[in-house]
Write a protein that binds this ligand. Sequence first.
Ligand code: ZN
Length: 251
Amino acid sequence: MKKLRLFVLLLILVTLSSLIPTYGLEPIDLPEPPAPSEPEKPSFIVCIDPGHQAKGDGKSEAVAPGSGQRKARVSSGTAGVATKKAEYVVNLEASMILKQLLEEKGYTVYMTRESHDVNISNAERAEFANQKGAQMTIRIHCDSIGNSGKTGATLLVPSKTSKYTSGIYEKSNAYAECLKTALKEKGVKVNGIFERGDMTGFNWSRVPVVIFEMGFMSNYNEDRMLSDPSYQHKLMEAVVEALDMYRDNEQ
Ligand SMILES: [Zn+2]
């Protein structure tokens, strides 16, 4: 009996040992470990501010933090000489195209408004972008001037020397340079990049910001172009290409 028990015990041991894997003794074909995936690049945050709104608000607000100087909270903007369309309408049309183009490319987009019936002052728009941690704010506008022959896009950036905006000038201007290049590549006339120290929406901003004046609604031909969805699309493509360019340069 003892021999039989010993035999059974041995049999069990042999069976068990054959189950123990023999790592290290012979090469084992393990499947290739999956390549470590690229860490997700944090999405670049853009704030789009479609200029103006259906009704302006003439109540005043400080033009800069702590400033005693005051300006109207927000105006309703200009209107087209040919189309009779309000600027705030064109601004939002273009902005909605921009939002879609940016989201398709993986940008994170915040809009200060997506309808006309709002009341958001220029300072509040800047604060909104600050709170969202925007890496660039694009303010979409159209121009108007007494001279009906004047045409072309104009880019406005915060003042380099203002105590309120000196810290955001460099990045704002770098983006404006990219936008100027992208617009010119598409055959769009650019009048230039101009520093402005008098804009509430700049002075309250703690994030880089530009105003893209897309063209003149006081010029009959350009006014019609600004309402053409394909022209709006072309302009907004330039905004996106410029952001791609800016982002590449930043890294
Ligand atoms: Zn405007």
